[in-house]
Design a protein around this ligand. Structure first.
Ligand code: SF4
Ligand code: SF4
Length: 412
């Protein structure tokens, strides 16, 4: 049977040929989620989760990280994406969706990382910058603005709609922003030579491996599965670990940063901050429970009253649903696209499960993320005290590269 084509130089995933039985499931998966005209790869890694023999795997980078963990010349910093803490438990016998932030942090400390920062802080940073872009577009009566935090979606635009790449937000993704902050803000704060810092992004995403190789904001990207492999190889019993907390400076994320993990979350998070930027008052309660755009819906639209103006938004799950609706996308003011089902909680670097358990497991991860947002004292990026400190003491004074041009890459 025909299979998904994975080039030798693919930095996100690879195929172990001896394990492949040529069943064609990977191509079927790719058609379900992406349905590309060419049979090329967007690096989302969904085929990894459905391959029946385990022939498809993330490009594993954790061995290189393990080598640095034993090198005292370097300061090792790990950045943890929000979707990892609700999935790592699948590797160690926990109920699907169990929120294991404390144990995740403590497992990374046990492995030897010197600092554990939270990518939900990076997500808050992205929201600050992206909400600002949205506010400017609203004020200037311009549209649309497309989110840019999913690298597979960005790659799809660059390959299939190069003339519309200009509508993508110029914001780097949360990992890239946080990576840039580690080598500047954190390095200066602690008077460490940036060349002696190794940053590792721990993510649910295999696409980030390619994205980060391009931007070089972090040194290595490892997946949730790779964390489990590192723990097993280091003989660390995850279940016995005592909860630990993130390190200060960039270890606090708001509820808005946390819900980035789930489809619709980026939109909801950005609207909370954009509303405040436009009106200088907190958004109405409805902005904190935008149920209609949450979850795993293919395409959902809504009208949002931003007080100065009503805007039209759309949230799209899976690239196949972008293509089906492409003609109408420019009618919306703000559009979020995530290529994995349910958003990053369903990423290709998450633990392998029985395929008939995937959907219910994603639902449990989503529920777990939103339950935490509901209990968070701070649910808005602009109210995160560490974000406020970072802008006041550093970002407003020094140059930190938080933006990029997705168009430049098309031309290159
Ligand atoms: S799904 Fe796995 S086993 Fe089947 S063709 Fe693809 S790589 Fe081979
Ligand atoms: S939806 Fe998330 S996990 Fe999936 S490719 Fe995009 S960024 Fe990666």
């Amino acid at each position: 049977m025909e299979r998904v084509v994975i080039e030798e130089n693919n930095l996100s995933l690879s195929r172990i040929e001896e394990k492949c039985i040529h069943c064609g499931v990977c191509l079927k998966t790719c058609q379900t989620y992406n349905n590309l005209k060419e049979k090329d790869c967007l690096n989302c890694g969904q085929c990894i989760l459905t391959c029946p023999t385990g022939a498809l795997v993330p490009k594993f980078d954790y061995k290189k990280v393990l080598n640095y963990l034993h090198d005292t010349d370097y300061t090792l910093v790990v950045l943890t994406s929000p979707a990892v803490r609700v999935a790592i438990g699948d590797e160690f016998g926990y109920e699907a969706g169990t929120f294991l932030e404390g144990k995740m942090v403590s497992s990374l400390k046990a492995l030897g990382f010197d600092y554990v920062f939270d990518t939900t802080f990076g997500a808050d940073l992205t929201i600050m910058e992206e909400a600002n872009e949205l506010v400017n577009k609203i004020k200037n009566n311009e549209k649309p603005l497309f989110t840019s935090c999913c690298p597979s979606w960005v790659l799809y635009m660059q390959k299939y709609h190069p003339n519309d790449v200009k509508y993508l937000s110029s914001c780097k993704s949360p990992i890239a922003m946080l990576g840039a902050m580690v080598k500047t803000y954190f390095a200066d704060y602690n008077e460490i030579d940036a060349k002696k810092i190794i940053t590792v992004a721990l993510t649910p995403c295999v696409s980030k491996k390619t994205e980060m190789a391009k931007y070089q904001d972090v040194d290595f990207v490892i997946t949730t599965r790779e964390l489990a492999m590192m723990l097993r190889e280091s003989e660390i019993d995850f279940t016995q670990l005592v909860d630990a907390e993130f390190d200060k400076l960039m270890g606090t994320g708001s509820g808005a940063g946390l819900i980035f993990a789930s489809s619709g979350g980026v939109m909801e998070a950005a609207l909370r901050t954009a509303y405040y930027m436009l009106n200088k008052v907190k958004a109405p309660d409805a902005f904190y429970k935008l149920e209609s755009i949450r979850g795993e819906k293919d395409f959902v639209e809504a009208e949002i009253d931003m007080q100065v103006k009503k805007i039209k938004i759309a949230v799209i799950n899976k690239i196949v649903n972008v293509e089906k609706n492409y003609e109408i996308l420019k009618n919306y003011d703000f559009i979020e696209v995530m290529s994995c089902p349910g958003g990053c909680i369903g990423g290709g670097g998450q633990p392998i499960l029985a395929t008939n358990a995937l959907e219910s497991c994603r639902q449990k991860r989503i529920a777990s993320i939103y339950a935490k947002d509901e209990n968070k004292k701070i649910k808005e990026s602009f109210l995160n005290p560490e974000i406020q400190d970072a802008y006041r003491t550093y970002i407003s004074k020094k140059e930190v590269k938080l933006h990029t041009s997705h168009e430049t890459e098309v031309k290159n």
